[in-house]
Ligand binder design. Structure first.
Ligand code: G6Q
Length: 550
């Protein structure tokens, strides 16, 4: 923690730290008891997205000190630098402009003095033309059949965001079914292919670099599968398109560059679903819905860039996260969507948050001596109530939770939606209130227990509560509200990175992973000793070789 107290923001941190000592024993149950207006005071809205952050271990003073902290790191200056195309991704010398991809106002955004909006609009128009041809049946496969299935082959940022959105927006889908293949495990690709008709399948190879080994292996295997059925290399042009920044590599793969959709080095992989990386989404739900997704994100961008910190949803979420992470030592943060179609949201946010802020050095290379980005994890409610919620209610750790749900369902679901939402509200309330000794005792007495039988059971029936949570409600899960929700998290992560002094936009840990297997793979197939590897790795290589020899 020495770093914090040596930093130019030491005064703000020190004030927060002192305040934390006052707040450490305060129970939220008491905060609610003394303030019936807490819900009104600690809730915010952006369009059709609503945040209740009243169930937090905070007072007005906490929020004031947290906002002071944001001001002390010049958050407003960094927001402006991101928005206006400054190269704030210092280790890669790149601008960070996912907001330009959804800049529906079309105001100019300059990178190196050049407005990027005309290029953004050209690719959107190219996407629209292609999407409409595929969806209308004008684009046909090699044998003249219309397309019924589209397979996105990509990994990491070229997979998780598009998959989340395509699944979440299933109620908006037309006749074309999207599939997502990411894992180099052949079971993923071939498990999908065995259900598909090559004559009616279109592959989108999505890779910013077009050098990612897993994606290229999957794309080559998909090409072999297609050619084994259609028997003519000319078929590839009718069944493969690419999304990439690497024209040369796309062409070398055999994809006609007329069917390549470009994007730019100022779009990070995990922030790229708003670009042509979202092509599979657009084919599935149509370009109008894809643009509504962009519009929702744009509205959240405007909210983020224009609202004062006290009323700014991503800023407030970020500050609350910093409060628990840095001041209370909370190590993780749970994301629990009460909506089955958001099942991949935790996975997307894991990448977004942990790849952005899972870092130990500051922007200028100084190694930090305090914890930064938390472990993000989660599952859909109510399933997780029947699993890990035990630990949230009665475990030993402080784990802030995001509860997320739409107020209205798309489906004629009778009691299902009410039951779902009742469970979510009940969990958030129980985590906040807990169950006191007196309450638990009264319950046991009402069941007829007394004496030793009651007192031996009593400790197991106590719930300490005071577990903080956000409740994030969408009017309905629509392209627009989903766009706003994802953009909200992107900005939250950015704010936290600024407060901890990180560059949230590089990913050298991921790049390292791309190199690692290269040295070992030839050894698995060969005979030569695994020289240069430790005895554990060499022993494992040997076991694999023995197994593959049968
Ligand atoms: C995201 C990361 C990483 C990346 C994948 C795929 O921010 O950079 O997850 O998206 O490694 O990279 P390509 O799109 O270049 O294949």
């Amino acid at each position: 923690m020495k770093d914090i107290f040596k930093s130019p923001q030491a005064g703000s941190w020190l004030a927060l730290w002192r305040h934390q000592q006052k707040m450490a024993d305060v129970h939220m149950r008491d905060l609610f008891a003394i303030d019936p207006q807490r819900f009104e005071r600690y809730s915010l809205r952006c369009g059709e997205l609503f945040l209740d952050y009243s169930k937090h271990r905070v007072t007005d003073e906490t929020m004031r000190l947290l906002v002071d902290l944001a001001q002390s790191v010049d958050l407003a200056g960094w927001m402006q630098r991101m928005r206006s195309g400054d190269k704030i991704n210092l280790s890669e010398n790149r601008a960070v402009l996912h907001t330009a991809l959804r800049n529906r106002s079309n105001t100019p955004v300059l990178v190196d003095g050049v407005d990027v909006m005309p290029e953004v609009n050209v690719v959107l128009a190219q996407m629209r033309g292609f999407v409409e041809r595929v969806r209308s049946g004008e684009w046909r496969g090699y044998t003249g059949e219309t397309i019924t299935d589209v397979v996105n082959i990509g990994i990491g940022g070229s997979d998780l965001g598009p998959m989340l959105v395509a699944r979440a927006l299933r109620p908006y889908a037309g006749k074309i079914t999207p599939h997502f293949v990411s894992n180099v495990d052949g079971a993923h690709l071939f498990g999908n292919l065995e259900r598909l008709d090559p004559k009616r399948t279109l592959f989108i190879v999505t890779s910013k670099s077009f050098t990612t080994p897993e994606t290229l292996l999957n794309a080559n295997s998909a090409k072999d599968w297609l050619l084994s059925h259609l028997q003519d290399p000319a078929a590839v042009a009718k069944h493969f398109v690419a999304v990439s920044t690497n024209t040369q590599a796309v062409s070398a793969f055999g994809i006609d560059t007329a069917n390549m959709f470009g994007f730019w080095d100022w779009v990070g992989g995990r922030y790229s679903l708003w670009s042509a990386v979202g092509l599979a989404i657009a084919v599935a739900v149509g370009m109008d819905h894809f643009e509504a997704l962009l519009q929702g994100a744009h509205e959240m961008d405007c909210h983020f860039f224009e609202q004062p910190f006290e009323q700014n949803i991503p800023v407030i979420l970020a500050l609350l996260g910093v409060w628990y992470n840095t001041c209370f030592g909370a190590h993780s943060h749970a994301v629990i969507p009460y909506d089955q179609s958001l099942a991949r949201l935790p996975a997307h946010l894991q990448q977004l948050d942990m790849e952005s802020n899972g870092k130990r050095v500051t922007r200028d290379g100084h190694t930090l001596d305090f914890d930064t980005g938390p472990v993000i994890w989660g599952e859909t409610g109510v399933n997780c109530q029947h699993a890990f919620f035990q630990l949230l209610h009665q475990g030993t750790r402080l784990i802030p939770v995001d509860f997320i749900a739409p107020l209205r369902s798309h489906f004629p679901v009778g009691q299902h939606h009410e039951t779902l939402i009742a469970n979510m509200f009940a969990q958030a309330e129980a985590l906040m209130r807990g169950k006191s000794r007196a309450e638990a005792k009264a319950e046991l007495e009402a069941q007829g227990l007394s004496g030793p039988a009651l007192y031996s059971l009593l400790p197991h029936k106590l719930f300490p509560g005071n577990q903080p949570s956000n409740t994030i409600l969408l009017e309905q899960l629509t392209p627009k509200t989903l766009g706003a929700l994802i953009a909200m998290y992107e900005h939250k992560v950015f704010v936290q990175g600024i407060i901890w002094g990180l560059n949230s936009f590089d990913q050298w840990g991921v790049e390292y992973g791309k190199q690692l297997a290269k040295a070992i793979q030839p050894l698995l197939a060969g005979e030569q000793p695994a020289a240069g590897h430790d005895c554990s790795t060499a022993g494992l290589i040997d076991l694999y070789r023995q197994a593959s020899r049968g």
